[in-house]
Design a protein around this ligand. Structure first.
Ligand code: MN
Length: 569
């Protein structure tokens, strides 16, 4: 049932009440598109409804702009709709104040902190914000260009990754696709022209293949398979093209064939049947059912050499997995309704939810656990035991739970870690063993020539910090005090371009790595140059992360690194 239908069928319900309340509150406002403003809040609520969220969330979705954009006070919301709804609306209002511009570090830090706090307090606030953003992105063309760019950038860098992290891949992908033409208009036009033909051809080919697959499955007793095609999203296609020499012909999963089956056994069965018909490409069989992606995504993927020697990607999953891939954590939120909502709503919610069986099973396993504990377990699970803290420069670092200022210091830079003498958290001095929490502002006090102390090893959490402390202690013991920090050299073979060196230097600086030297030389033949960058770190993890980022620069054709011998200072 849609929100509109619920309003009709339950005119006395909370949703109907919020609907009328919002309609009146926004009656004088229009959107840039010329439509009444109410259209936007209703669309937001409809999106939340389609994710099967609970009543309070849908009510808050209808009311989400009343405090910000109309004269309504949060006291009025509390009187009319209670504390829970007010809490959600206030959360969204707070998130609305966040304006990410990608540059102003100060504003970024403060705002990201708010956002992160809101996340850890109640994920439903984030769901409303994502639904709100989704509708705003779908209607972005009505805004002036500058605003379009800012909102698209924020979507690209903050909200889409956030949705992905919450397992809402589909929503994340849609947000990225909506942002793409605004951020990269030329690339978008190029891509559209490139892809149109290839896409047509692939689709025709798969249409022919579909009945063949269907029959093969049925012959082996796998019935009621839903087979459809999933076109690769423009945004992820573009990312892939950047890695693969910009040749659309090389993208095998431009359109993938998706099989949705009854149960897990059928999935593995289907995989076997497909492999018996067409040889799979080595290294392309992915079992995300046995080993889900970190964000919870489950599916079997394989790529085979199909008829006419054409390469086809298959994605195989159950309906439940499919639903989870679409809705992510939102899919689990329904449980809340099971605990507190009225019977009609419970029924509505249960009728629509396909994964409810899974939750029932969970409940059997955890008999006696109350819903709050269940939600708690979800939170921990979905944030994968990570905390988010903010650097004085306004960047967000994610660290394992239990991390201390020392872990933080080494994450920023090995030298900061080695010379740390004290720490401030939210402007208050704390011991170096202090346990950090999400949303903390952390600052490290350093003193030149200080050395790590052995007892740091008893409380640091990250292997990065442990390794560095050990290295520093070893140096201390062997009396090699004057040793210069270990270095590394990154070697790249690139095409030349004006501004390339600057781009490389920027990527390095953003990774908190100091560039100590950079040399370029022409590779014989004249088409390529080789660039060597000496960096002041020998932290393999850090360098490998940096290399991943550098690979996104399309002129870089080859990249490798080596650790340099340490030299006396
Ligand atoms: Mn809104």
């Amino acid at each position: 049932m849609t929100v509109k239908e619920t309003v009709k069928s339950e005119p006395q319900g909370q949703i109907a009440k919020a609907y009328k309340f919002a309609e009146i509150a926004h009656s004088k406002q229009k959107r840039r598109t010329g439509e009444p403003y109410f259209v936007h809040v209703l669309a937001t609520a409809e999106i939340l409804n389609s994710w099967h969220l609970d009543e309070a969330t849908i009510v808050a979705g209808l009311l989400h702009d009343t405090v910000e954009d109309t004269g309504t006070t949060s006291e009025t919301i509390t009187q009319e709709f209670g504390d829970q709804v007010t809490f959600l609306v206030n959360g969204v209002t707070k998130l609305g104040k966040i304006k990410y511009r990608g540059a102003e570090a100060e504003a970024k830090a403060e705002n990201l902190r708010k956002m992160i706090l809101a996340i850890s307090e109640d994920l439903r606030v984030v769901f409303i914000k994502l639904a709100d953003r989704l509708h705003n992105m779908r209607t972005l063309s009505a805004l002036p260009p500058q605003k379009q760019r800012r909102i698209a950038l924020e979507t690209h860098e903050i909200y889409a990754p956030l949705a992905y992290r919450l397992g809402m891949q589909n929503i994340s992908g849609e947000l990225q696709d909506l942002a793409f033409p605004y951020l990269y208009p030329e690339e978008y036009r190029w891509l559209k022209a490139q892809v149109a033909e290839a896409y047509e051809a692939r689709l025709k080919y798969l249409e022919k293949l579909k009945p063949v697959v269907q029959k093969a499955l049925e012959d082996k007793g796998i019935r009621s398979a839903t087979i459809d095609f999933r076109a690769k999203r423009y945004s992820s296609l573009y990312k892939k093209l950047l890695r693969q020499s910009m040749d659309v012909e090389n993208i095998y999963d431009l359109v993938a064939m998706r099989l949705i089956l009854k149960n897990q056994e059928a999935c593995y069965g289907a995989l076997g049947i497909i492999h018996s018909m067409w040889p799979p490409l080595p290294g392309r069989i992915k079992d995300y059912i046995a080993m889900p992606k970190p964000n919870g995504y489950r599916s079997l993927h394989t790529t085979v050499i199909g008829p006419e020697k054409k390469i086809v990607e298959f994605q195989i999953r159950t309906e439940e997995m499919h639903d989870e891939a679409e809705h992510g954590v939102a899919a689990h939120w329904i449980y809340k309704a099971h605990g507190g909502a009225n019977p009609t709503q419970q029924k509505r919610v249960f009728d629509e939810a396909k994964w409810v069986e899974q939750l029932r099973r969970w409940q059997e396993h955890h008999a006696g656990t109350n819903p709050d504990e269940f939600l708690e377990s979800l939170k921990v699970d979905f944030f994968r035991d990570r905390i988010f803290v903010i650097t004085p420069r306004g960047e967000v670092l994610d660290l394992p739970v239990g991390s201390t200022p020392i872990d933080f210091a080494y994450e920023i830079h090995s030298e900061v870690g080695d010379t740390a003498v004290g720490a401030k958290v939210n402007n208050q001095i704390v011991p170096l063993s202090h346990e950090l929490r999400s949303g903390d502002f952390v600052e490290i006090l350093t003193q030149k020539n200080k050395k790590p102390s052995e007892d740091w090893l008893t409380f640091v959490k990250t292997s990065n910090a442990k390794d560095h402390v050990r290295i520093a202690l070893r140096k201390k013991q062997t009396g090699l005090r004057k040793m210069a920090p270990l270095k590394s050299e990154i070697k790249m073979v690139t095409k030349d371009r004006v501004g390339l060196i600057k781009d490389i230097a920027v990527v390095i600086a953003r990774s908190h790595v100091n560039l100590e030297g950079l040399t370029t030389a022409l590779v014989p033949g004249g088409n390529f140059q080789s660039i060597k960058a000496v960096c002041d770190t020998a932290d393999k993890q850090k360098i490998e992360r940096l290399i991943l980022k550098l690979k996104a620069i399309k002129e870089i054709k080859e990249i490798s690194y080596r650790l340099l011998e340490h030299q006396a200072a």
